[in-house]
Design a protein around this ligand. Structure first.
Ligand code: SF4
Length: 248
């Protein structure tokens, strides 16, 4: 049995029309490896990560950026122009309409990607049959409960991503683990230890995404020499696929 975050419930699915969309990126080549994709940002997240790049998506009742019928009609006109749709957030598995939305995207002939922090592993398990790729956010060492809680602002938060990774490692859906890195939260030594534990667990694709503090963030800008070149080389040697995303 999967053990997720405290309070995880298996939700009753809702129609795709109920998906709470905070925004849409119509075209990206970097959010689903090897595919041209649109990104749907689902509104709502129960965590409060110190570096969150999308704080406007945290509140479930935030301003709507689009609605499903409008998006679905637009997507029908994208056939042949894009390959995939990625559901991101926020935490998209929070939304009970996600399974129906993902299935609808599949039925239109597009591949389906998911960005998740692994907060609700049981919901991820139920979604896997309609997913083609998952980007699992690993925020800190999965053996370090305290580091996870400090970063997410939520006690017991590591249980979800731990179970989500187990699920992905034993499943058939392509996935990547990714870490948003800032030297004040994860120095080079900690980053290498985190990556090493993932490689040891059997993860073959890993990405480091540099944290870009939002205006008003308590975190300082990141120097160009983080992570060190030697750290990047070591990370590259650990995985069959490694990517460093500076974001500029
Ligand atoms: S899990 Fe993602 S969306 Fe939620 S607070 Fe953390 S960084 Fe923001």
């Amino acid at each position: 049995m999967l053990r997720g975050s405290a309070g995880e419930q298996v939700l009753t699915s809702r129609p795709a029309s109920g998906l709470c969309i905070g925004g849409v990126t119509p075209f990206t080549s970097i959010d689903f490896p090897g595919a041209l994709a649109a990104v749907v940002f689902v509104q709502g997240c129960p965590w409060r990560c110190r570096y969150c790049h999308n704080p406007h998506l945290q509140a479930r009742g935030g301003p709507a950026g689009s609605d499903w019928p409008t998006f679905a009609a637009w997507l029908c006109r994208r056939a042949g122009l894009i390959d995939a749709v990625v559901f991101s957030g926020g935490e998209p598995t929070l939304d009970p309409a996600l399974p129906a939305a993902a299935a609808a995207v599949r039925a239109l002939g597009f591949r389906v990607g998911l960005h998740t922090a692994g907060i609700y592993p049981q919901r991820l398990a139920a979604l896997l049959p309609v997913l083609d790729w998952v980007g699992l956010d690993v925020k800190a060492a999965l053996a370090n409960d305290r580091a996870y809680d400090d970063l997410t602002g939520r006690p017991g938060s590591v249980r979800g991503p731990r179970a989500a990774l187990d699920l992905l490692l034993t499943g058939a859906v392509d996935f990547e683990c990714r870490t948003t890195a800032h030297p004040a939260l994860l120095d080079d030594t900690a980053l290498l230890a985190l990556a090493g534990s993932l490689a040891e667990a059997g993860v073959s694709r890993y990405a480091v995404q540099l944290c870009r503090p939002t205006p008003g963030s308590m975190l300082p800008p990141v120097d160009r020499d983080y992570p060190a070149a030697a750290t990047l080389q070591a990370l590259d040697a650990m995985f069959a696929g490694f990517a460093f995303r500076r974001g500029d």
